[in-house]
Design a protein around this ligand. Structure first.
Ligand SMILES: NC(=O)c1ccc[n+]([C@@H]2O[C@H](COP(=O)([O-])OP(=O)(O)OC[C@H]3O[C@@H](n4cnc5c(N)ncnc54)[C@H](OP(=O)(O)O)[C@@H]3O)[C@@H](O)[C@H]2O)c1
Length: 221
């Protein structure tokens, strides 16, 4: 499969790019608003793999070209930029494309981190609302710690909750997740359940901030 990581120049994009390129045969397309930045980051990721004597199928493109080429398109951008990002790539999406939303709305105050969903109920449902009607949306990767993903020496041993109303799209992402060593897909139901999964992320951040380790992620059993 071709997997596009829109905003793949950022933290979660780097982690997913490195793990996918290292562990799988999928073609990883790093997307960015700036195609030159996308190419540079793809070269950086390839160099990280080369330092370990590994290689992967990595390239960089502008977000729209990356999305047009890909079978799976991950919206690896901050939640408040999901709308503009989806709109900027919508022409390249169709019913054969699976759109993946890992974004979580989080606020922080003196007490800690708090879930801050959009009016749609969750960012995943928001992404589904604004995506072209025939494009299936899957929620995934919300609770993964980017730094642990990017550290290829770190064992993951984490679960990835999947949310989707389209069974085929969910199966596609389930298979992608299972291809990454140390990640286990976990079916969390339909898109209507996304808020419950997204809200685990600020909970994990609060646990980490209060001394329960760092780069925490979930294991559901
Ligand atoms: N960090 C984590 O541990 C983690 C874990 C799970 C889920 N997530 C979710 O994953 C998403 C990305 O998180 P992140 O930490 O990787 O974010 P980030 O590093 O702050 O940003 C990711 C990328 O978003 C793009 N971007 C920035 N401003 C933009 C704009 N105005 N319009 C469109 N794209 C813009 C940038 O790419 P270009 O400038 O190259 O276009 C940037 O590299 C978030 O929604 C977050 O909730 C993060």
């Amino acid at each position: 499969m071709d997997v596009a990581l829109l905003g793949g120049t950022g933290d979660i994009g780097a982690g997913l790019a490195l793990r996918l390129a290292h562990d799988t045969d999928h073609a990883v397309v790093v997307g960015s608003r700036d195609p030159d930045r996308a190419r540079e980051r793809a070269e950086d990721y390839a160099a990280t793999l080369a330092d370990r004597g590994a290689s992967g199928d990595l390239s960089g493109l502008g977000n729209a070209d990356a999305a047009t080429r890909a079978d799976v398109v991950v919206l690896a951008v901050p939640p408040y930029h999901v709308r503009s990002t989806v709109e900027s790539v919508a022409d390249g999406l169709d019913d054969e494309t699976v759109l993946v939303s890992p974004a979580v709305g989080i606020d922080r105050d003196d007490d800690g981190f708090h879930y801050d969903p959009p009016g749609a109920g969750s960012v995943t449902e928001f992404a589904a609302d604004i995506a072209p009607a025939d494009v299936p949306v899957v929620g995934a990767f919300h609770n993964l710690p980017a730094a642990r993903l990017s550290n290829l020496d770190a064992d993951l041993g984490l679960d990835v909750a999947l949310l989707a109303d389209d069974a085929d799209a969910k199966a596609t992402v389930r298979s992608l997740v299972a291809d990454i060593e140390g990640l286990r897909p976990a079916d969390a139901g339909g898109l209507a359940n996304a808020a419950e999964i997204e809200s685990l992320t600020p909970a994990l951040l609060n646990l980490a901030a209060n001394g329960h380790g760092h780069d925490l992620g979930p294991r559901f059993c």
